[in-house]
Write a protein that binds this ligand. Structure first.
Ligand code: TYD
Ligand code: MG
Length: 468
């Protein structure tokens, strides 16, 4: 088993010379540590640090044949197959992948158990199976269970081979024989290789199995989806280490009590990261949501106190979300700060700037900040909207329901320019918003922009003057 391209030989050499350079991994979060420790420094779990041993040159495993020494090639002589993407049926997954599936790419699809990963991949693979040879290997569900899901999804499945197997060596043999264009391994935590003594799901096994599958994917130009379950704290259990080995990492997320699911690219060698696809889980599987802004704003109460609409960007796509806050006098010596979908440190910074610049008293108020619908906003471009929402809730103001607010706030209370303003506002205009507060410095980007009343502001004080 190798760590990664070429690094293993170096690693083995070091290990032979100096034992103390052996690697240790936490089985809970996948964090690497230089020595054995009783408690993982990263996730705090006890007794989860395990020594990582490499099997001697992957002995006994097919598909791990001896490597022929390569010679350097001129970059211009290298054949590029990249342009030939495999395009599936739905537009959402194609978008998240960066315009289709790249042959030979390895994609980790991570998400909570039960979120719908198997459903998504089955639907996806059925779409591909019309034009390409596919193979679905399940290590956790029986063939009958797969058939039940297929029936529920209305999948015919006459070109859709499935296999229940969790022994890596068998899977590699089958792959050599079938040579599929697209493979799904559901899930990587259930796979085990004979060459590693550890149990399935441990860091050793996950790395071992993924390593072989990745190598086969590259040599046979086989696009491979690896499913990985995440732990409660949001880390990919064990296979966190996989994030570095695969080409693309997709997170499939959803909120309890909501039917929609978001497929988010957090790493993509063949497209832009941060791209999202939105789906709705129904009785017959996942439906694509083509206009997510409408979905996220559907339950909004127009003119509610502390509610502000922010035109956000997710990758290349504009998404409108509602920011809600509740600021109420606190009975605690240390007031509460609860955020859902927004970074609590960023909230602390914004309240500090507002206290300093506007003289507002948040120090004796509890603050609850929520991005409606369970969405998560990481853009600093939402600063101005969050501040407006906090201000409105503190002062009991209900803001103009057809107003959107966008802008980043600096520590001096200045409002900074943000990217893609025209795209953001066009989306807002499409959904009937006719007023926008935006950074003064971004005004020139929207000269021939949408038909809205635009107000440029250069400081947080100025923004407050434009709120009712
Ligand atoms: P599944 O794809 O098995 O999740 P994962 O592979 O991520 O563990 O999806 C399981 C959930 O999805 C389960 O709670 C049932 C629900 N579901 C539907 O609501 N509609 C459907 O059509 C299907 C197939 C599943
Ligand atoms: Mg599953």
């Amino acid at each position: 088993m190798t760590l990664d391209n070429g690094s293993s030989d170096r690693g083995n050499a070091i290990m032979a010379k100096d034992k103390s350079k052996q690697t240790f991994f936490c089985e809970a979060c996948g964090a690497q540590s230089v020595r054995w420790e009783g408690r993982c420094n990263t996730c705090g779990a006890w007794n989860t640090i395990k020594e990582f041993r490499t099997a001697a040159n992957g002995a006994g495993v097919r598909g791990r044949s001896s490597v022929t020494p390569g010679k350097p090639l001129l970059l211009s002589e290298v054949r590029s197959d990249r342009s030939a993407r495999l395009i599936g049926k739905g537009s959402e997954l194609n978008r998240v992948l960066g315009g289709g599936l790249t042959p030979g790419s390895v994609i980790l699809v991570a998400g909570d158990p039960g979120i719908g990963k198997s459903t998504l991949l089955m639907e996806t693979l059925v779409g591909f199976s019309q034009s390409w040879q596919v193979l679905y290997v399940s290590g956790e569900e029986s063939l009958a269970q797969l058939r039940q899901r297929a029936d529920r999804l209305g999948v015919v499945g006459d070109k859709f081979p499935v296999m229940m197997e969790n022994r890596l060596e068998i899977i590699l043999q089958v792959l050599e024989e079938w040579q599929p264009d697209i493979l799904v391994v559901d899930s990587i935590q259930t796979m085990a290789s004979e060459s590693s003594p550890s149990a399935a799901g441990t860091v050793n096994q996950v790395r071992e199995c993924a390593g072989h599958l990745i190598q086969l994917a590259k040599t046979h130009n086989m696009a491979t989806f690896l499913v990985g379950h995440v732990t409660k704290d949001g880390q990919i259990a064990g296979p966190r280490v996989l994030e570095h080995m695969v080409d693309t990492v997709l997170y499939f997320e959803g909120e309890r009590g909501h039917d929609y699911r978001i497929l988010r690219a957090v790493k993509n060698r063949f497209g832009s990261a941060n791209e999202i696809g939105v789906f709705e889980m129904g009785q017959n599987g996942l439906q694509e949501v083509l206009n997510p802004s409408e979905l996220f704003l559907s339950e909004r109460i127009r003119g509610a106190t502390g509610s502000v609409v922010f035109p956000g960007m997710e990758g290349t796509r504009p998404v409108l979300v509602e920011i809600q806050s509740l600021v109420a006098p606190s009975v605690f010596p240390q007031p509460r700060r609860n955020t859902l979908g927004w970074d609590p440190n960023r909230l602390a910074m914004l309240t500090a700037v507002m206290e300093k610049r506007l003289g507002l008293g948040f120090y004796n108020h509890d603050i609850f900040l929520n991005i409606a619908g369970g969405f998560r906003v990481t853009e600093t471009a939402a600063d101005l909207a969050v501040s407006a929402s906090l201000f409105a809730s503190l002062k009991n103001l209900s803001l103009d329901p057809s107003l959107v607010i966008v802008g980043e706030i600096g520590l001096g209370g200045e409002v900074r320019a943000v990217s893609h303003v025209a795209t953001r506002l066009r989306e807002a205009a499409k959904l009937g918003f006719d007023r926008a507060l935006l950074p003064e410095k971004s005004m020139k980007q929207v000269l021939d922009g949408p038909k809205m009343t635009l107000t440029g502001v250069s400081s947080i004080e100025e923004m407050m003057r434009h709120l009712p």
